[in-house]
Design a protein around this ligand. Sequence first.
Ligand code: SF4
Ligand code: SF4
Length: 165
Amino acid sequence: MAKKRDPIGPLMDLNVGVQPLTRLHKLANAMRAGGVPLAALAETTTIDEQTGVVTRMMALCGQCSGPCCSTLRIPITRSDARRLAQNLKTTVARLPLLPLDGLEEEAEDLAGYLSKGQSPCAFFDRGCTVHGFRPDVCRSFGLNACIGTGSFVPLRLPNRAAGPC
Ligand code: SF4
Ligand code: SF4
């Protein structure tokens, strides 16, 4: 049987209440300017009872052009890569991964990068197209990180086929 994941793990620090008000005001202003309803700040979390996999969804991401998926370094683990390959019915070798840099700080279980900050993740297309089985680093990227980077960029598209990040 597959080992259960820690259902809380990276979600521990996602307490919106600890954000300085000034940051929330800044975000709210960006949302207003982009015509995005403030209700888009809602977050929902589900835990798969069978596998323990946590899926957290920021409604906000569905309204955003996703700069976090294009301008940050996004390392993924071998286990992330296997999950992506399995769900995409391909092999790890065929995934659109950027190679490791051979740096000392790269963890041993890294498979590669989805982005090194110079180009968007290949799975981003007006939202995350692999949302249900996206890598752990993407799952743990929440409101705190978003506001921390100040990267929220409202998108003015009314209908989006892809899921939020
Ligand atoms: S910048 Fe923030 S709102 Fe936009 S996609 Fe990234 S996490 Fe979501
Ligand atoms: S897998 Fe999805 S959430 Fe992760 S970087 Fe790519 S588009 Fe963004």
